[in-house]
Design a protein around this ligand. Structure first.
Ligand code: R5P
Length: 286
């Protein structure tokens, strides 16, 4: 079956890169907003009898609507794979307080396709919410390769919490660096406090590795702590550069040396592409 990549409006660069990696055509997709803000999408390339691979992240509510629209517009395809490199709402994967929804489940259950492919979904528990086969790819070795090539010395990779330990392991494995974990306590939506486990940071170029950087609060706090401990420099590597307004300024104020991120979200910082990883999974090689 012929494969056609359908680049969604949230992945205008990654979509064509996946097509290139798969050596297959990319469909023409048009997208605009109606005057009242509602989303309009149209896949202009016929997909009947083809394997359609939609590539579209859901960093905003409108992007989520567009994903559902793209999946419906691609319904004539012989096979439909939805690649959602950044899967939003994944942090609410359980009710933390009575009366809260399981947002990750709400979103996962709304998705219809033959297969869903995510990249470093915040919590693997989310995968079981899908009604179709779903998996999450690991981009941490790609981050590790980029860290290894960044010219940093006496590398120490740290995870800001236990949840990111597997990412630090994957990245450190790829560049042969030492690693450790910090302990994080979230005080409010925008404020976190960090205490060290055992971080011999003095005289090291430290790289904090996390799945996403949103407000930059976690990184700014961790950087402060690591610098107090004598780190030569503090850099960041993340899979998903969400970067809400003010985050870049916060990172700059924290004196972050390098910001390494993938292109799961369309940001200028996303210079490490996950195209090859995604293409391998679509082609059944990962
Ligand atoms: C949380 O568990 C995530 O792994 C990230 O650490 C968090 O989302 C980063 O958020 P922020 O940049 O707002 O501190």
């Amino acid at each position: 079956m012929e494969t056609v990549v359908v680049p969604g409006p949230a992945c205008p660069s990654l979509g064509p890169r996946v097509a290139q990696a798969l050596r297959c055509p990319a469909a023409k997709v048009s997208h605009r907003a109606f005057p009242d803000g509602e989303s309009y999408v149209r896949i202009e390339t016929p997909l009947a009898g083809k394997h359609a691979v939609v590539v579209h992240s859901t960093g905003t509510a409108l992007d989520l609507i567009a994903l559902l629209q793209l999946a419906d517009a691609a319904r004539e395809a012989g096979r439909l794979t939805l690649v959602v490199p950044y899967f939003g709402y994944a942090r609410q994967d359980r009710p933390f307080n009575p009366g809260e929804p399981v947002s990750a489940r709400v979103v996962a259950e709304a998705i219809r396709a033959h297969e869903v492919i995510l990249v470093n979904v915040h919590s693997p528990a989310t995968l079981k919410f899908f009604k179709v086969p779903a998996r999450s790819l690991d981009a941490s070795p790609l981050l590790g390769e980029a860290i290894g090539g960044a010219g940093l010395k006496k590398l120490l990779l740290v995870a800001p919490d236990d949840g990111a330990e597997h990412l630090v392991r994957g990245a450190a494995g790829a560049c042969g660096a030492d690693r450790d974990v910090l302990e994080k306590k979230r005080v409010s939506d925008t404020r976190v406090e960090i205490t060290p486990k055992k971080v011999p940071a003095a005289g090291r170029d430290v790289v904090i590795v996390d799945d996403m950087v949103t407000t930059g609060g976690t990184i700014a706090e961790a950087a402060k702590l690591l610098k107090k401990q004598g780190a030569s420099s503090v850099s960041v590597a993340c899979v998903h550069p969400v970067l809400t307004p003010g985050a870049r300024e916060k990172l700059q104020a924290a004196g972050i040396k390098e910001f390494i991120a993938t292109d799961t979200l369309d940001r200028p910082e996303g210079r490490v592409t996950v195209a090859g990883l995604v293409a391998g999974a679509v082609a059944g090689k990962a």
